[in-house]
Design a protein around this ligand. Structure first.
Ligand code: AMP
Ligand code: MG
Length: 466
């Protein structure tokens, strides 16, 4: 299941500190080698946020008939080559009506009232919008014929017929204001690809194809191990030098948001044996995220312990701030027990080599969150069954100048404001990557390229939304 094919050795390991782009590409390359978990069938709405394990096909033509796209009159474009023109109205079709050609069709000089969503009658090749017409009632000689069509009213006692005529002020082109049968999709055509994460549009498409149940991949289980002697659980009363474990919580929500299931393990102290036990436990999940303990401090043991477990490192730092010490790697041949990511009962113990990826995220809360978004998210999405995910920054105008140092790509907490086409962004004042309060005021990150010392107000800058 969610382990990789053992093909990642073909991707050149970098192992040192790499540029942001190189780090991201390394993750994307490895993410492209992993396999999603088992397939399960869920109710359509339960599938929200899940990744399709099957393609969704059109079960009929979309639209299933030539569908009027406007309220108005179905007509023949040739009859409206010169306007104004007067057409005889010989019927009306509401959405849901089926115009049997023998009963309702459009001949020369004729029109049929039609509503949006209704099938175009035989003979018509366009719809004139009702806004460009006026309906008039005139006496009409073809009483019997029209009465047979169920259209118009026979005036009692007289052999005259009050017929309807429409004055059309604007011409139409053939094909205008209706969608031909099958133009959106042909029966059997792929509407949603396997690997697509279901959002409201995907749910609507599956619904329109009659899929009340869909096949999705099991969510990858992502272990979270926070490290640090100073870190305590959030319901404990912290001692004077202790801080609460917020990272396991930010990560749990980010994992869920990325389509995974968070498995929060105990806090690991800065001590080799206990840290190793927790890392081994975490490596039984589909992915392991560690926070803290990856910097240069004497008690930053994460890389050492992973080294003892024969980890392969793909990078041991990225030229970014916050988050420079971020580590990405994998371990092979971790025995997979029953509590691994497999669905209960489908797998007990595994002998084939399994690659388990891990990220060592720096412990500062803003660094943890940013490095998750930049690097851990695409791996979780891949384990969840999604196709390759490229990172795209949005753009906005900078409100106030930014001064910084060169050398690192910066992701500075910022506030995106403005309205409609006028997006403005302003970096938040902050005390560095431990400043969780600044992040609470921010709604995005401004991305500052490593070669820029100063960005002027009014310049267009890149943003990472959060
Ligand atoms: P480290 O990466 O271990 O050097 O930690 C960097 C900073 O992040 C230190 O100030 C830690 O106290 C803080 N930190 C580490 N782990 C957590 C956590 N789980 N929740 C909140 N802050 C943390
Ligand atoms: Mg630490």
């Amino acid at each position: 299941m969610s382990s990789s094919h053992s093909s990642s050795s073909s991707i050149a390991p970098a192992a040192g500190v790499v540029s942001f782009e190189e780090a991201r590409h390394l993750v994307e390359q490895h993410a492209a080698t992993v396999c999603p978990g088992e397939v399960e069938t869920v109710d359509l709405l339960t599938g929200l946020g899940r990744v399709l394990a099957e393609g969704i096909l059109a079960d009929r033509d979309f639209p299933p008939f030539d569908r009027a796209a406007r309220d108005g009159y179905a007509a023949r474009a040739v009859d409206l080559a010169e306007v104004p023109a007067r057409l005889e109205v010989v019927g009306e079709i509401k959405a849901g009506d089926w115009p049997e050609p023998t009963v309702c069709s459009v001949g020369r000089g004729q029109a049929v009232g039609i509503m949006t969503g209704a099938p175009l009658p035989a003979g018509a090749d366009a719809v004139v919008m009702v806004e460009h017409t006026s309906l008039t009632e005139l006496s009409h000689p073809n009483a019997a014929q029209n009465a047979a069509l169920g259209w118009g009213t026979l005036v009692s006692g007289q052999d005259t017929f009050i017929g309807k005529f429409v004055e059309v002020r604007r011409g139409v082109r053939t094909g205008e204001n209706f969608v031909p049968r099958g133009a959106e999709a042909r029966s059997g055509q792929l509407l949603l690809d396997r690997g697509r994460r279901l959002d409201h549009a995907g749910i609507a498409i599956a619904a329109s194809a009659g899929r009340s149940r869909v096949q999705v991949f099991r969510k990858p289980r992502v272990a979270v191990v926070s490290t640090g002697d100073e870190v305590v659980e959030i319901d404990a009363t912290p001692g004077p030098a202790q801080i609460r474990n917020s990272n396991s919580y930010s990560l749990a929500t980010q994992i869920q948001d990325a389509g995974g299931e968070a498995v929060r393990l105990a806090i690991a102290p800065d001590e080799r044996v206990q840290l190793r036990t927790l890392i081994e436990e975490g490596l039984r999940c589909d992915l392991l995220l560690l926070t803290g303990g990856v910097s240069m401090g004497k008690y930053d043991l994460v890389e050492q312990v992973l080294g003892e477990l024969k980890a392969e490192f793909y990078f041991a730092g990225a030229e970014i701030q916050p988050g420079r010490p971020v580590v990405f790697g994998s371990c092979l041949n971790i025995s997979v027990g029953p509590e691994s990511g497999s669905a209960a009962g489908t797998r007990t113990g595994v002998s084939a080599p399994h690659r388990r990826y891990f990220f060592g995220l720096p412990g500062n809360p803003v660094s943890t969150m940013v490095t998750f978004e930049l690097f851990a998210r695409p791996m979780i999405e891949a384990l969840a069954g999604m196709g390759p995910q490229r990172l795209i920054f949005l753009r906005a105008r900078l409100k106030s100048e930014i001064r910084t140092k060169t050398g690192l790509k910066r992701f500075l907490p910022a506030v995106l404001s403005g309205e409609f086409e006028n997006a403005e962004v302003e970096a938040e004042r902050w005390q560095g990557s431990g400043d969780i309060a600044a992040l609470g005021r921010a709604n995005c990150y401004v991305v500052v390229p490593p070669d820029r010392e100063r960005i002027e107000a009014g310049e267009w800058v890149s943003l990472l939304m959060r």
